[in-house]
Every structure is written in C-alpha cells, then in structure tokens.
Design a protein around this ligand. Structure first.
Ligand code: 6GU
Length: 255
C-alpha cells in the first residue's frame, strides 16, 4: 500500500521513521511506502507562493488551485488506482471502519490543507473524499494524515506480526478493551485480579468481557447502542443495574 502525501511541510513526515515503531518497520519490510510531494514545487512564481486571499473577503488565506491541482495530477499519474483524500475539519469523521476500507484500496493520496482551506474547485474535481480526525481544529492536515497512515498501516496483513492484535482491538469488537496487567503481581499495594492468575480460561474470558462492558458503559455508552450484546452481557448488565439500585436505595434511606 502506497501513501502519497501532498503538503507544504514534507519534513513533518520524517516523524513516521523515528524510533522502532510499527510504521517504520512496515516501511522497511515494504508492506507500505510513504512518499511526499511538496506542493510548493508546483508554484510557478519566483517566491513559490501557494496561497492567496479569499474572494469575497474575510480573514486568512486559501490554497491556490493551480499548484495544488498539478501536484494532485502528478500523484494520480503515478498511482492511478489510488483513492484521493482531503484532510480537513470539514470532512467525514475518520474511524476504524473507514480505516478498514482504506486498508483494502489500491493506495491513498492525501492532500493536507493549510490556511483557511483549499480552493473549492480543486476539492470538487480532484478529491474523492474528505476526512477529519475529530471535532477540533489543527493548524493543518499533516498530523491528521499521519494518524491515517498509522491506523491503516497496522491493518495491513503482516505489519503487526500478530493478526489477532488488530482483530481484537477496541472498535473492531465494538467494545473498549479490558484492563491488562503484567508482572509484578503486587505493585505499590495494588494486586492483579485473582481470576487472571487462576489459569481458568473460561473465567478469564468472562471477566474480560464484563470488564470491557463496564469500561464501555462508563466511557463510551454510545458504542453500546450499535453493538450486538449476548444474553450473558444483558444478564451481567441487569445484575449491575440491580447492584447500583441497591446501593442508591441504601443511601437515600440513610439520608
Ligand atoms: Cl483533517 N485538518 C485540520 N486542519 N484540523 C482537523 C482535522 C484535519 N481533523 C480534525 N481537525
């Protein structure tokens, strides 16, 4: 899978190569490749200007269409099968299921917007889809593009070494992940739950499922609205509900 990034800050993407991370390894083992195109290289004037004032007035600058369009066309010529994305806070929200779709496609070209955005005619004619990584505003699409590369890379077979790790992820199972523990058994007075030391794999599976449910209820109840729940899940949640009612009851009779 090739990622081609169009940006005025290509040097930012060297961050993907730092340290001993999964993305760096995926590049070295040629599961993925990352190329950058500097949009400024397509500017025609002496000062290599890539932005201009917005028609209609207003603050901020807009990315000019000509250099950007030329840069996109060059990327498409090299990777005709690739899907072209614009990274912008106006885009559809990127999530695990979007990542899974991207992992199946024949390459990704990502346009990193800067300033107040790009000329609308480039978006209309040269971009397949627009993505945002969440409801907050970054100074440009570069960090978002790196988020997409990181997320999609680990879904490409071979990159993780262990295929189970991506399959069991939060958002792939539809629930948040259960708590993890490693040695020592006792750390600063806090002990690892007994069940995890028991060797009883059925009991461990049940404990983990229930811990996932509790975390999801507390932190992301919205996920449970979509999620198919088992009869055991519902039984467990009813028991929780009953316990909570009992506790509240005790306190309201006490006060
Ligand atoms: Cl893709 N770009 C910018 N500039 N800000 C964002 C974003 C993208 N996603 C969330 N905020």
């Amino acid at each position: 899978m090739n990622f081609t990034i169009l940006t005025i800050f290509p040097e930012m993407f060297s961050a993907l190569l730092v340290g001993g991370g999964i993305v760096k390894r995926a590049i070295e083992h040629q599961y993925i490749s990352v190329e950058t195109i500097n949009i400024r290289d397509f500017a025609k004037d002496r000062h290599r200007v890539v932005d201009d004032r917005p028609y209609g007035g207003g603050c901020g600058m807009v990315m000019k269409p000509e250099p950007l369009a030329e840069a996109i066309r060059q990327a498409k010529k090299k990777y005709p099968e690739a899907y072209t994305l614009l990274l912008t806070p106006q885009g559809r929200i990127f999530n695990q299921s979007v990542a899974q779709k991207l992992a199946q496609c024949g390459g990704v070209i990502m346009v990193c917007g800067r300033y107040e955005g790009i000329d609308e005619r480039v978006r209309e004619h040269l971009v397949d889809d627009e993505l945002s990584i969440g409801d907050y505003v970054l100074t440009g699409g570069e960090l978002a593009a790196m988020v997409v590369i990181d997320t999609v890379s680990r879904l490409i077979p071979g990159t993780l070494g262990n295929e189970g790790s991506a399959r069991d992820d939060s958002f792939s199972t539809g629930l948040l992940e259960y708590p993890q523990y490693t040695r020592p058994r006792s750390f600063e007075g806090a002990n690892v739950p007994e069940v995890l030391l028991s060797g009883d794999h059925g009991a461990i599976r049940e404990w983990r499922r229930q811990a996932s449910l509790v975390r999801t209820i507390l932190n992301r109840p919205d996920l449970l609205m979509e999620q198919p729940l088992t009869r055991d899940d519902i039984e467990f949640m009813k028991k929780l509900q009953q316990d909570i009612k009992t506790i509240i009851g005790k306190h309201s009779t006490a006060s």
